[in-house]
Design a protein around this ligand. Sequence first.
Ligand code: GLN
Length: 286
Amino acid sequence: MNLRTLYKHYLSELTSIYPDSEAKTLVMWIFEAHLSVSRKDILNNSPIGIIPESLEKAFTRLIAGEPIQYVLGEAPFYGRFFHVAPGVLIPRNETEELVQLIVQKHKGKVKILDLGTGSGCIAITLALECAKAEVTAIDISDDALAIAKHNAETLNAKLNFVKKDILQADLQLGTFDLMVSNPPYVLERERSLMQKNVLEHEPQLALFVPDSDPLRFYKAIAKHARENLKSNGYLYFEINEAFGVEVVEQMKLEGFSDIQIYQDINGKDRIVYGKKTELDKSTKPE
Ligand code: GLN
């Protein structure tokens, strides 16, 4: 067997589920990961002895529709590679915009809580990019926490990870200057709009909320923020593009001001953030 023959074989199978150009890239990526070959070697049609088992396994996962990031075990986020596996959502470009906004606006000493950290991409990036930040990250999933801790170690970031359910009444984690979350926000009725490889392989727990309660996590987090953010502290959310106004209203109800809706690079309402209003001492009860 030589490389070109194997390449053509994998490619012809993969084009049944991916567009041609995407299939070519995917085959090249698993070749590079498991054979340490470059495009040049393939063009040269170098012979390969035995096909490594790891390559065959990677191909089997790809042909079953698994996202390439899980197959390779890593995904890029804000200039670094994060380990990802089916227990965590694959980081999205929109979330890099959320991180960028925070990095630009909060340069000083800031105590941060990330709620529903998944792979840890938000929390770890903030810990590394905001030099004086002290970051805590929570998640309900043991799998996610294990992956996030692994990423923090590999990337040399120091932060605290705690197992907590966002929906519990009191997190008992003390106070923070900034809270951030990319909680589950896809509605059950939006399933039909989603790609098969997302639906069938990414964790449902991290994606979906019931149609009857789209703001379930936003309500709980805004309440935590009201109770545990310091005065003039900030709350940042990634949101479902269809619920910008509703998230703003929820934040107003919990006493936030200067609330902004920020559009992502695709022009979709994607981030909502606001400031916890300082208590007006004149109206404070005796
Ligand atoms: N943006 C993700 C998607 O569309 C969803 C992320 C989330 O639910 N927080 O797949």
